[in-house]
Design a protein. Structure first.
Length: 420
């Protein structure tokens, strides 16, 4: 009897292992997140390619009105804006979204035009690389260069290897302090390019970089009881660990520990959900080009989940300072504002600006992660100078944007004009 039970246990374990490699979240959790992500799509705003990519990777139904709208909008957006107004990274995300929707990014048809989006991406990636080689920093960020090379690699287009070699050197350099998010994207692209690299030196370099990044993630997960970076870098970090197994083998990944951190979090931001969903079904952006294009998927979904809870009526006081000691005329202004408990930092800034418009007026721009603060007190961040308004609380950089961060009573928030 005991023998039989043990035998069954081993058999079941083996089945679980071969079917899924062990790292898949419960189906109801996946459906719930997918539903929430789909519900976040706003037909008044521009379509977010990361959302379409995540829906496709997580096996969402491609026959829904939302899915069709996203795909159509993305094609139109590409034809209208890719060449002129998109950064290289945005073009790359659109390529990934199209690949995952079984569309050919070399021939995007919309608005009675046809565009070779791969050609556009190659050109923009060349511009990033030219600046990286000349000045040591790319036109935008290394994160975006990672996305560029990843999209080129998955589309089997030329031009992924050069950036990958540069990125591998960056992650191995002791001087570069790349964020978890950036290292995760780099790991994804290196794992893709590794399959195509022919030169031994190149393969060795990529392998060493992959080994280094994946082991640093595994070490951090172990040290911090499941967390790698912060909650919003978990999605990309898990995707990277999923995709780089053979580079840290025979070391094993305790994915259950990492997944439990994700399960314990109540995801609200569409971008955060879009980055974590693929990992929860055991996939990564590397699978974007390999989805079964003939299959029609049908999946019944659960009811939408409610958003934020109702706010309490109590009021709190928040101290707010804006500091520029970097550029032009320096300044350092402080104020204290009262807002309803549970208000976002954006609300605090709005109240400060209402009370003292001369000093605290600011502007924002809508982005994939929500409102991004572009200027305060007439001073704007700039990609050319690599400046931005950084937000801190008690000296620590916030891990959320102003549209979601909720200050506590008596908290002191600083906006500091900084470089990156
Ligand atoms: C590069 C980057 C930056 C760069 C962007 C500069 C540039 N010219 O590219 C800089 C250093 C300026 C930056 C700033 C901040 N960032 Co940032 N950033 C990233 C990173 C690594 C990649 C984004 C990217 O390039 N995507 C690819 C491109 C193609 O897509 P995109 O839609 O065009 O990307 C734009 C937006 O992402 C926007 N952006 C970048 N960061 C943030 C943060 C917020 C809150 C918003 C609304 C927009 C935004 O800038 C990108 C380029 O224009 C992500 C990591 C991730 N997992 O996504 C974190 C990330 C988005 N950032 C984050 C944070 C917290 C911030 C700050 C609030 C930090 C702070 N304490 O001040 C500030 C924003 C403050 C403000 N002024 O509103 C968090 C957001 C988490 C959340 N829950 O909201 C992330 C997820 C990192 C993390 N794991 O914590 N960031
Ligand atoms: C580690 O995580 C587990 C599961 O999430 C939790 O039960 C445990 O208390 C945590 N331990 C520490 C030291 O944080
Ligand atoms: C800003 O001014 C306050 C006093 O008003 C001071 O305590 C603080 O150190 C100043 N900060 C900077 C960065 O100059």
């Amino acid at each position: 009897m005991l023998g039989l039970t043990l035998g069954m246990g081993v058999l079941l374990a083996l089945v679980g292992c071969t079917a899924t490699e062990g790292c898949v979240a419960p189906q109801d959790m996946v459906s719930q997140l997918l539903q929430r992500l789909e519900g976040s799509v706003n037909f008044e705003e521009s379509a977010n390619p990361s959302v379409l990519l995540a829906m496709n990777l997580a096996g969402g139904d491609s026959d829904t009105a939302t899915h069709k709208w996203l795909l159509q909008e993305i094609k139109e957006e590409v034809v209208r804006r890719a060449q002129k107004d998109m950064t290289s990274g945005q073009v790359a995300l659109h390529v990934l979204a199209l690949l995952s929707s079984c569309q050919d990014p070399r021939r995007v048809h919309a608005l009675e035009q046809t565009l070779d989006l791969i050609g556009v991406l190659q050109q923009k990636t060349d511009e990033e690389m030219a600046k990286l080689e000349a000045e040591g920093i790319p036109k935008t960020t290394l994160y975006s260069v990672g996305l560029d090379a990843l999209a080129l690699c998955l589309a089997e287009a030329a031009g992924a290897q050069g950036p990958s070699v540069a990125l591998a050197r960056q992650v191995l350099s002791p001087e570069s302090h790349l964020s978890v998010d950036t290292r995760a994207v780099v790991a994804l692209v290196l794992a893709c390019v590794y399959n195509y690299a022919e030169l031994h030196d190149v393969r060795d370099l990529l392998q060493e970089a992959l080994w280094t990044v994946s082991n640093s993630f595994l070490d951090e997960q172990k040290e911090r009881n499941g967390t790698i970076g912060n909650i919003d870098s978990m999605g990309l970090a898990l995707q990277a660990l999923e995709a780089t197994r053979k580079f840290y083998a025979p070391r094993e990944w305790d994915c259950a520990q990492a997944f439990s951190v994700v399960y314990a979090h109540d995801y609200q931001l569409p971008m955060a959900m879009a980055q974590v969903l693929p990992a929860l079904v055991g996939r990564s952006y590397l699978d974007a080009a390999g989805l079964d294009c003939s299959a029609t998927k049908d999946r019944s979904l659960l009811n939408p989940v409610l958003g934020r809870q109702g706010l309490l009526s109590a009021r709190i006081q928040v101290y707010y300072s804006i500091i520029n000691r970097l550029q032009g005329k320096h300044f350092n202004y402080s104020t204290s504002v009262e807002v309803p408990k549970g208000s976002t930092l954006l609300k605090v800034m709005e109240v400060a600006a209402e009370e003292k418009p001369q000093t605290f007026s600011f502007t924002t721009e809508q982005t994939s992660w929500g409102p991004y603060v572009t200027s305060i007190h007439g001073l704007a961040g700039s990609t050319d100078d690599r400046t931005y308004w950084q937000f801190l609380s008690a000296g620590n950089a916030l891990e959320e944007g102003v549209g979601t961060y909720i200050p506590q009573n008596e908290e002191h928030i600083q906006a500091v004009f900084s470089t990156y």
